[in-house]
Design a protein around this ligand. Structure first.
Ligand SMILES: Nc1ncnc2c1ncn2[C@@H]1O[C@H](COP(=O)(O)OP(=O)(O)O)[C@@H](O)[C@H]1O
Ligand SMILES: [Mg+2]
Length: 239
């Protein structure tokens, strides 16, 4: 007897293409991610990781199929994708620097009962600084605001683009802790260059090169120095 159990994917991209101003950036991206875990999206600079996240959210014109828990979302506008329970933390954070921390959080409220407890428990620093203008925060604190905005709402899927870029080691740990807490209630697709962090929190990895997915597997694959060098141009094994 053939008892094949196929678990529904949290997110499934099939043959996704993105062309921007004549440049064919995503050239048929295919991958699926498991619900309830962190999946790392890796690859050298410029291979299309950020564009992949933007295509999921609907910020760039895309062709192909994108399914969120089985529901086709590639035809939805960005605000409709967000309303279906997707939260996006973009690479450049995009916080409002002239507004206070609390005002930034208020603007991100999507649910009827936004969960401020989870945010302030995770980032007590933000509670202390809730009336401070976001532009005067450190880079790490601004990243906390960006992640906090996503955690306020109950998300099915959290897309996070290079959250530790440019952060001091202590803040990298705080961001990793925050993502681990977030992973308890949401599925996370995480673009991240920090391989030790990926090994710590990701269950699966997807590697892109030149607009397509070239590998799907386990973070353990990064232990292989040849693999890391070939796929990412870094020495991944030891650190
Ligand atoms: N808005 C855009 N207009 C033109 N080219 C873009 C745009 N966004 C990204 N690209 C190009 O698409 C490629 C992939 O970019 P990106 O998705 O940001 O890569 P990654 O996040 O992996 O570093 C790069 O060559 C980049 O220059
Ligand atoms: Mg990027």
């Amino acid at each position: 007897m053939n008892l094949e159990v196929t678990q529904e994917k949290a997110l499934e991209l099939s043959d996704v293409h993105v062309t921007i101003r004549g440049s064919h950036i995503l050239q048929g991206v295919n991958f699926g991610i498991e619900p309830g875990v962190v999946t790392g999206l890796l690859g050298r600079n410029g291979v299309g990781k950020s564009t992949t996240l933007r295509s999921i959210v609907g910020l760039v014109p895309r062709v192909g199929s994108i399914k969120l828990f089985g529901k086709e979302i590639s035809n939805l506008k960005a605000h409709e994708v967000i309303r279906s329970g997707v939260s996006f933390v973009p690479e450049d954070r995009e916080i409002f620097s002239t507004l206070t921390v609390l005002e930034n959080l208020k603007l991100a409220e999507r649910d009827k009962q936004p969960n401020y407890d989870i945010v302030y428990n995770l980032f007590p620093e933000l509670l202390k600084r809730k009336n401070q203008r976001a532009g005067t925060l450190s880079g790490g604190q601004q990243q906390m605001v960006a992640i906090a905005r996503a955690l306020l709402n109950n998300s099915n899927l959290l897309l996070v683009d290079e959250p530790t870029k440019g952060l001091a080691p202590r803040l990298v740990t705080e961001v990793a802790d925050a993502l681990e807490v977030a992973a308890k209630s949401a599925t996370i697709l995480l673009v991240e260059q920090n391989l030790p962090l990926v090994k710590r929190i990701a269950k699966n990895i997807i590697v892109m090169d030149q607009g397509v997915v070239v590998h799907s597997g386990s973070p353990m694959d990064l232990e292989n120095a040849d693999f890391a060098q070939r796929m990412l141009g870094v020495s991944g094994g030891s650190h």
